[in-house]
Ligand binder design. Structure first.
Ligand SMILES: Nc1ncnc2c1ncn2[C@@H]1O[C@H](COP(=O)(O)OP(=O)(O)OP(=O)(O)O)[C@@H](O)[C@H]1O
Ligand SMILES: [Mg+2]
Length: 236
């Protein structure tokens, strides 16, 4: 049976258009939440299950190595296995951390962002200044997650597009708002770049901000580079 859509004209636009836009926004927020829960779940399984099992295997290998009657070939083989296991543990931990940093659930946003900036600098050779006060970043899960994902996307963009040598991330509170600033000294964003149909990073960033009833501005820095400023209301 075909779907029946009742349409009303409101100020030149159809009411059903208005409804579907609001619904799409809700759907996007709901999908982001589900995705975050799934990432948390998979990260935990990887960290607590897979990485633990691999660690147990390393301990078994260490026991095997204590056997004095092992042939030199067998010792070489065991040492090779141990090296590979170490590599596997490191990569499982890295994948888990990228999916969902434990610091977000255990230490809080301050530590998660500090680690993100340090890792970003090491990996990309771009200096990353992090300016925040630990006490100001004791926030609920929704806000912490949104702030973390926003900064993560901002930094990924700096690494991929900006050709910058330096970026600063500042996060702090003022008048019941969380203020996030990400500024780089690269080539600067072009307004047309923000409308690329295939690009979803900035769209996702805006959706996160709007879902929390915040404000976002993306533009060029006065001197050079790109600057993103976000303000999110802090509940309570
Ligand atoms: N810091 C920046 N400096 C210069 N240009 C930028 C910067 N951030 C974004 N851009 C430009 O804006 C465009 C849109 O960014 P956006 O994050 O939405 O998409 P993307 O990074 O291209 O792809 P993805 O969907 O994987 O994020 C980029 O393709 C790039 O041209
Ligand atoms: Mg992007």
């Amino acid at each position: 049976m075909p779907n029946t859509v009742h349409q009303f004209r409101v100020g030149g636009r159809r009411a059903s258009d208005e409804v579907s836009h609001a619904q799409l926004r809700q759907l996007s927020a709901a999908l982001q939440t589900i995705r975050e829960h799934e990432r948390t779940h998979i990260a935990r399984e990887l960290h607590d299950d897979t990485a633990q099992l691999l660690t147990l295997l390393r301990m078994d290998l260490a026991l095997l190595m204590q056997n004095k009657s092992l042939a030199p070939d067998a010792i070489d083989l065991i040492e090779g296995m141990d090296k590979n296991l170490m590599g596997a543990i490191t990569s499982v931990r890295r994948i888990a951390r990228n999916l969902r940093p434990r610091a977000l659930d255990e230490g809080g946003l301050y530590y998660a962002l500090r680690a993100l900036c340090t890792e970003f600098s090491e990996r990309n050779g771009i200096r990353c200044g992090f300016f925040a006060d630990e006490e100001e970043l004791q926030l609920d899960d929704a806000l912490s997650t949104a702030a973390y994902r926003i900064v993560q996307e901002g930094l990924t963009n700096v690494a991929r597009h900006a050709k910058a040598t330096e970026v600063s991330v500042s996060v702090g509170r003022s008048n019941h708002h969380l203020l996030i600033g990400i500024a780089d000294n690269g080539k600067g964003i072009d307004p047309v770049d923000m409308e690329k149909p295939e690009s979803l990073g900035l769209v996702g960033m805006r959706e996160r901000v709007w879902a929390l009833e915040g404000d976002i501005s993306i533009g060029r820095n006065e001197e050079s580079g790109t600057r993103i400023d976000i303000s999110l209301p802090v509940p309570g």
